[in-house]
Write a protein that binds this ligand. Structure first.
Ligand code: BDR
Ligand code: CA
Length: 314
């Protein structure tokens, strides 16, 4: 199994990604770090604890991290994921409490114990990782690999016309990470990938619900407000799962069907905040990430349904 740390602003799609990692049998999740994003930090932490509980992974420590972006005011996505970030379905409180060690310390210290072995998957704004990079500029080289759900390769945004939420929420943090990134270390999975290859159609939603296992029912219910948002506000054919598809790539990189090495930057100007720029002028800009463009949709959904069909041991 892949030794892994997951950094998350746990909302309803992060929660599904946590199920894939913690209950799918392919990863050995050593720790979860939380960050403000979809919801304020306290709720992100609560939601991570609940998700791990549902996945039967109560031994995984959850470490709260940064409460606000590096420079910007905090902004959440509670109109999309629900006030609690989990579809407002009245989830009971988790029985565990978070760990006292700060997320940034965890991102810095875990790879010291397991140099070059840990995989880091980031599913929220990149504040924690950027703060850690300020302390250790070579930090990315101490991980086996870093997968980031961030940005949108074709500049079609979900927050603004051109910006994806995770980079829009903390564009300076995304910049710090990209400045330290190299394509052999960092894989970048944008929102465009999930809109193409990880859309939960009404038939998929019904299938998930009918699996009837605790994880499937949980995954279905918590995405209730996201499904409504997709249907009523965006007019799209289903809700998409950006964090789960990024997690699937980290768990099974062979699911990637199209990728390229590219130089990626994030705009921080007022009008262009969070826009992802892909610079392919090789003479001007060295690639800094492996940019995922397409993923095997059938393989991804099989992983999702197979994992949710499992019944974790208590
Ligand atoms: C990203 O923002 C959040 O809404 C999701 O959890 C995902 O990480 C998609 O833009
Ligand atoms: Ca997220």
């Amino acid at each position: 199994a892949i030794p892994m740390i997951i950094d998350t602003d746990t909302g309803s799609d992060d929660a599904v990604a946590l199920l894939l990692a913690a209950a799918g049998g392919l990863a050995d999740v050593r720790g979860v770090t939380t960050v403000a994003g979809n919801v304020p930090l306290e709720l992100a932490t609560r939601n991570a604890l609940i998700s791990l509980q549902v996945a039967g992974a109560d031994e995984v420590p959850v470490h709260p991290g940064c409460e606000r972006p590096l420079l910007r005011s905090p902004s959440s996505a509670q109109h999309v994921h629900g006030e609690d970030g989990m579809g407002d379905v009245g989830l009971p409180d988790p029985w565990r409490t978070p760990h006292s060690e700060h997320a940034v310390e965890v991102l810095l210290s875990y790879p010291r114990h397991l140099p070059g072995e840990l995989t880091l998957v980031t599913l929220g704004p990149l504040t924690n990782l950027a703060a850690a990079l300020v302390r250790d500029r070579d930090l990315l080289t101490r991980y086996r690999h870093v997968y980031c759900m961030a940005g949108a390769a074709d500049a079609r945004g979900n927050v603004s016309a051109t910006a994806e939420f995770n980079v829009w929420a903390d564009p300076e943090a995304a910049r710090v990470v990209l400045q330290a990134a190299t394509p052999d270390r960092v894989t970048w999975i944008g929102w465009d990938v999930s809109r193409k290859d990880a859309v939960m159609t009404p038939a998929d939603q019904l299938h998930l619900e009918r699996l009837g296992t605790p994880m499937a029912v949980f995954a279905h219910r918590i995405n209730r407000t996201v499904a409504e948002w997709a249907r009523d506000v965006t007019g799209l054919a289903g809700y998409d799962l950006p964090d789960p598809v990024a997690m699937a790539v980290a768990l099974r990189p062979e699911l990637v069907t199209e990728s390229e090495q590219a130089h990626v930057e994030i705009a921080v100007g007022d009008e262009t905040r969070g826009q992802m720029i892909v610079d392919r002028r090789r003479a001007a800009a060295e690639p800094n990430v492996t940019l995922v463009r397409r993923v095997d949709e059938t393989g991804f959904k099989k992983m999702l349904f197979d994992t949710c069909a499992r019944t974790p041991l208590p």
